[in-house]
Ligand binder design. Structure first.
Ligand code: NDP
Ligand code: MG
Length: 378
């Protein structure tokens, strides 16, 4: 049997590590290559365990010398170089941030199917990415749990279009906090997600609900619906991963334990399902599922997603870039938590309007990052 040769971009991160765990569950896959940013120690350990043909590091530590016998791609261009290698049947894109956009476009252009965790790429360049995937007839499968859920529900729809997508959200660690307390939340508090263990950037995005804002834009791109067809539904247990309502009022939902290995495995083995040794979902143990309306007042990021879609063009790219910059400022202790959304809003409203192209996206991205450095004075 020919094994499916997998490339993982962002192998040292939360999704990357879980992807390797899933890969190890089946004889059907082998690791073609891996790419990461700066975590050389973990990257080399992964090479020792999985023997990929190549490994890439974008920011190798000073004095780094690759071990003999391992083909290594090093430096700023390493991520894209990894996408240029031969012998790749499928790529899991799990880097964090809009740096994934060029890589995804390159992979699709080469006809390599993409399993996409990196939502910032679809926020920044969703239309370009989807257009290319259709043009080249290359599969692009969502790994983000909500979008995997929606994708699975739509598979059961026999081509009937969705009326409304119910995008579920845990509400994050500040779901029940008053506005003033959210404003001054600490980094430690923002990193403590109730249901999921994730990388730092997405954890902070979940606390501000910017993660859900990005996911609204991601859903619009993936499923080609209108913004008013996407409704956020707060669901603190994170068991219903999203749902789709049809014109007859029937609603299909996808459920599972909050465990990213499940949507990763689904995308990897699609359209088949692979057996996994993890515990079953016990609804009896959970007992009750709860649902709430989202609060746009305490979580202004949600409002900004619809605003960015209303402006269109490069606005979503600007929203994403400003958020990436503002989250870095918050992690560095330079702005309070509540300032993140204000910086994003300020950048979103001020960034130059332009039609969609890769060049315009990259210009808007750079401009929004610069605008996000400016105090909003509130
Ligand atoms: P992490 O921060 O845990 O991992 C990020 C990965 O990206 C690391 O491997 C990092 O390498 C790599 N990376 C960063 N910059 C570069 C670069 N310039 N070149 C190459 N590699 C780079 O993030 P997560 O795994 O949590 O998230 C990854 C993506 O998946 C994000 O877009 C997130 O929104 C999305 N996602 C994550 C979920 C989760 O549960 N974690 C759920 C749904 C979506 P290094 O560490 O070596 O620097
Ligand atoms: Mg998600």
């Amino acid at each position: 049997m020919n094994k499916k040769r997998i490339l993982i971009l962002g192998s040292t991160g939360s999704i990357g590590r879980q992807s390797l765990e899933v890969l190890a569950q089946s004889e059907a896959f082998e690791l073609a290559g891996i790419a990461a940013g700066s975590n050389a120690a973990l990257l080399l350990a992964q090479c020792a365990a999985f023997s990929p043909r190549f490994a890439a590091l974008s920011s190798p530590p000073e004095g780094f010398s690759p071990p003999k016998g391992l083909r290594m791609l090093l430096g700023e261009g390493a991520l894209l170089e990894a996408c240029e290698q031969d012998g790749i049947d499928c790529a899991i894109v799990a880097v964090v941030g809009a740096i994934g956009l060029r890589a995804v476009l390159r992979l699709l252009d080469r006809g390599i199917p993409v399993l996409l965790a990196n939502k910032e790429t679809l926020v920044a360049g969703g239309e370009l990415v989807m257009r290319l995937a259709v043009e080249r007839r290359v599969p692009l499968l969502p790994v983000d749990s909500e979008h995997s859920a929606i994708f699975q529900c739509l598979r059961g729809a026999e081509g009937n279009p969705p009326k409304t997508i119910w995008l579920t959200a845990s509400g994050g660690p500040f779901r029940a906090w008053p506005k003033a307390q959210i404003e001054g939340a600490t980094l430690e508090q923002a990193l403590r997600h109730p249901n999921w263990s994730m990388g730092p950037k997405i954890s902070i995005d979940s606390a501000s609900m910017m993660n859900k804002a990005l996911e609204i834009i991601e859903a619009k791109a993936l499923f080609q619906v209108e913004p008013d067809q996407i409704e956020v539904l707060v669901h603190p247990e994170s068991i219903v991963h999203s749902a789709v309502e049809f014109s007859d009022g029937s609603v299909l939902a996808q459920m599972g334990r909050p465990d990213m290995r499940l949507p990763i495995a689904y995308a990897l083995s699609f359209p088949k399902r692979m057996p996994l040794p993890y515990p079953s979902l016990s609804l009896v143990e959970i007992g009750a599922l709860h649902f709430e309306r989202p609060d746009f007042e305490r979580f202004p990021a949600l409002r900004l997603a619809y605003r960015a879609l209303e402006i269109g063009g490069v606005a979503p790219a600007a929203l994403n870039a400003a958020n990436e910059a503002a989250v870095e400022l918050f992690i560095a202790g330079r702005i309070p938590f509540g300032e993140i959304a204000r910086r994003v809003e300020n950048a979103l409203e001020r960034v130059g309007r332009a039609e969609l192209s890769l060049a315009h996206i990259e210009l808007a991205d750079a401009e929004a990052r610069r605008l996000a450095m400016e105090p909003t004075g509130r």
